[in-house]
Design a protein around this ligand. Structure first.
Ligand code: FDA
Length: 510
C-alpha cells in the first residue's frame, strides 16, 4: 500500500516536471485524487469482466493532448520502472489496455482523434484515439464514393483495431483495415517519433496485424481509402429450426467464401424464444456493394435455399449501412459520433473453419446454444475468401488467408446483477470451444488477435517472458509470422518496455 502511494506520487511529480519542461498543461493527468478520475478510467471500459477480476487500478491515467506528453509518460514510466499501458477505444476483450497485475499507468489516446481525408489521393490520416464511427462519418462528409473497410461497432478504437487486423462487412471485397495502412506515426520505447521511413519496413510490417502493444505507441495511421458505389444493399433475414435452418446454414458454408465478392453474408446464431418456444435463430446479416436488382440474381443462382426476396432488402448509401450494421437502423448518422458504448460482462473466443461443419455437427452446436439462457450466447460466422485470399500468409502478421471458409466468433454476455453466475457462463463457452476442436483449424488451432483470448496462453512472467511460453499463443494468432514478430521486437524494444500478458517477447541477449 505504501509503495503504491509512493509510486503514484513519484510518477505524478516526474510527469508534472516533464510537462513543465515542454510547456504542456497538467490538466490531462488524472490521478485518484481527481474527481473525474473514475469517470475517465471507466468511460471506455467495454468489458467489465476483466475489471471485476483484477481489482488493480492504474496509478495515473494520462489523456495527452501533445506528443510531448506521451514522451513524458514514457520517460517517467521507464525511469521509475512502472508499467505503461496504452488505450485507444478500450475494447480489448481481456481488458489488457486498462488492467494489470502490477502497478501501471494508462496513456489514453482519446484526445488524439483528428481525421484528415485527402479526397484527391483517396487517403486519410487517422489518429488512433478516433473511433470507427468518427472515421466513417468523416469520410462520408467528404465523399459519397469513398469508404473504409473495418469493423461494425462504431465505438471500437482505431489504435487497437487497425494494428490487430480489422474485419468488417466489406472484407471479402476489400480485405481488412490493416491491409490498407500505408504510413504510420509511432513513438518507440526511447520516446522517439517515427514515420514509416524512419521506423523501417520490419517494424512497419509488425504493426499491421501484429498489434501495436508490443512495439510502441501508434499516434496515427495513414490509410488508403476504398472506392464504393453510391448505392449498396443490406438485408437481415432470419431462419429458425422450423424453417429448414440446419440445411440452410449447412449450405451457407459452401457458398459464403466463394460467392460474388461484392457480397458478404455474415451469419449470427443465437438461441431465442419465438412464439413462446425455444429455437435457434440464424440471422443472415448481409451487405452487397451494388443495387438490389444486381443482388437478387446472384442469390437466386448461388444460394436459392435462403429464398431472399426484394422486400427483404434495403438500398442505401454506404454510410447508412454502417448505422444499420451497428444496430441503429433508422437513426441519424450522428449516432456514429457517440463514444458512449454499452458496457457488459462478456467472454469471447475465436476459431477458423477450413472444412464445412456437417449437419450433425451443427445440430450439436444448437444443443450447446440451448444449454445457455436465450439470447445470452452467440456464434458469429464471418465469411472469408475474395480479397482476403489475395495476400500471402506472411505479407502482414495477420496470417488467416486462403483456405479459410469462415471465422467463428463465440461470445457469452451477462449483466452486473448476473455476475455471480459468471463461472457457469465461462465454463459454457469453454465447453463449446473444446467440443468444436474437431471442426476447426489444427496445428495451430488459429485464433484472431483482435478477439483476444487469454485462455489460449499468456506470458506468465511479463517482464522476462519466455519464448516457448509465448509461442503457445503466438503461433495461434500469427502462425509462422510470430518468429518475425519476435525478431522485430528484439530489434526495436530489447528491454521489453512495451509489454502485457500477450505481448511479443524479445529474444534474450544472453
Ligand atoms: P483498446 O484500447 O482496448 O486496445 C486494444 C489493444 O491494443 C491493447 O493491448 C492496447 O494496449 C493496444 N493499443 C490500443 N491503442 C494503441 C496504440 N495507439 N498504440 C499501440 N497499441 C495500442 N473486431 C473486428 O475485427 N471487427 C469487428 O466488427 C469488431 N467488433 C467489435 C465489437 C465490440 C463491442 C468489441 C468489444 C470488439 C470488437 N472487435 C471487432 C474487436 C476489436 O477490433 C479489438 O478489441 C480491438 O483491439 C479494439 O481496439 P481498441 O482501440 O478499441 O481497444
Amino acid at each position: 500500500e505504501h509503495d503504491i502511494l509512493k509510486w503514484k506520487n513519484d510518477f505524478f511529480e516526474c510527469l508534472t516536471l516533464q510537462y513543465r519542461k515542454s510547456n504542456s498543461e497538467t490538466d490531462s493527468i488524472y490521478n485518484p485524487k481527481n474527481v473525474s478520475y473514475s469517470s475517465v478510467l471507466k468511460s471506455t471500459i467495454r468489458n467489465l469482466r476483466p475489471e471485476s477480476i483484477s481489482g488493480q487500478i492504474p496509478l495515473v491515467t494520462i489523456t495527452p493532448v501533445y506528443e510531448s506528453e506521451i514522451q513524458a509518460a514514457i520517460y517517467c514510466s521507464k525511469k521509475l520502472g512502472i508499467q505503461l499501458k496504452v488505450r485507444s477505444g478500450g475494447h480489448d476483450y481481456e481488458g489488457l489496455s486498462y488492467i494489470s497485475k502490477t502497478p501501471f499507468v494508462i496513456v489514453d489516446m482519446r484526445n488524439f482523434r483528428l481525421i484528415s481525408v485527402d479526397k484527391e489521393k483517396n487517403t486519410a490520416w487517422v489518429q488512433t484515439g478516433a473511433i470507427l464511427g468518427e472515421l466513417y462519418y468523416t469520410i462520408a462528409e467528404n465523399s459519397k464514393t469513398l469508404a473504409f473497410t473495418a469493423g461494425t461497432c462504431p465505438t471500437v478504437g482505431v489504435g487497437g483495431h487497425f494494428s490487430g487486423g480489422g474485419y468488417g462487412m466489406m472484407s471479402r471485397k476489400h480485405s481488412i483495415a490493416s491491409d490498407h495502412i500505408i504510413d504510420a506515426k509511432l513513438i518507440d520505447a526511447n520516446g522517439r517519433i517515427h514515420d514509416r521511413k524512419s521506423m523501417g519496413e520490419d517494424l512497419f510490417w509488425a504493426i499491421r496485424g501484429g498489434g501495436g502493444t508490443s512495439f510502441g505507441i501508434v499516434v496515427a495511421f495513414k490509410v488508403k481509402l476504398i472506392v464504393i458505389p453510391e448505392t449498396v444493399t443490406v438485408f437481415n433475414v432470419t431462419r429458425t429450426l422450423e424453417q429448414n435452418e440446419t440445411q440452410i446454414v449447412h449450405r451457407w458454408q459452401y457458398v459464403a467464401d466463394n460467392i460474388d465478392e461484392n457480397l458478404l453474408l455474415r451469419l449470427f446464431l443465437r438461441s431465442i424464444n419465438s412464439s413462446g418456444k425455444r429455437t435457434i435463430g440464424a440471422f443472415f446479416t448481409s451487405l452487397y456493394l451494388g443495387p438490389v436488382d444486381d443482388l437478387l440474381p446472384i442469390m437466386q443462382e448461388k444460394f436459392p435455399e435462403l429464398a431472399l426476396v426484394k422486400q427483404d432488402c434495403i438500398e442505401m448509401p454506404w454510410i447508412e449501412s454502417t448505422v444499420f450494421f451497428a444496430g441503429f437502423q433508422g437513426q441519424s448518422l450522428d449516432i456514429l459520433l457517440n463514444r458512449t458504448g454499452v458496457s457488459v460482462f462478456f467472454k469471447g473466443k475465436s476459431d477458423y473453419v477450413k472444412q464445412p461443419i456437417p449437419e450433425n455437427g451443427l445440430k450439436s452446436i444448437w444443443k450447446f446454444l440451448n444449454k445457455e439462457d436465450a439470447n445470452r450466447a452467440e456464434l458469429q460466422f464471418s465469411p472469408y475468401g475474395g480479397r482476403m485470399n489475395d495476400f500471402s500468409e506472411s505479407e502482414t502478421p495477420f496470417p488467416h488467408r486462403a483456405g479459410n471458409i469462415f471465422m467463428i466468433h463465440y461470445s457469452v454476455v451477462w449483466s452486473k446483477e448476473e455476475n455471480a453466475d459468471s463461472v457457469r457462463h465461462i465454463s459454457w463457452i469453454r465447453g463449446l470451444y473444446s467440443f468444436m476442436a474437431r471442426y476447426v483449424s489444427k496445428s495451430p488451432r488459429a485464433a484472431y488477435f483482435n478477439y483476444r483470448d487469454l485462455d489460449i496462453g499468456m506470458n506468465k512472467n511479463e517482464v522476462n517472458p519466455s519464448y516457448k511460453q509465448a509461442s503457445v499463443w503466438g503461433f495461434k494468432y500469427f502462425k509462422n509470422n510470430f518468429k518475425r514478430l519476435v525478431h522485430v521486437k528484439s530489434e526495436v524494444d530489447p528491454t521489453n518496455f512495451y509489454r502485457n500478458e500477450q505481448s511479443v517477447p524479445p529474444l534474450s541477449p544472453w
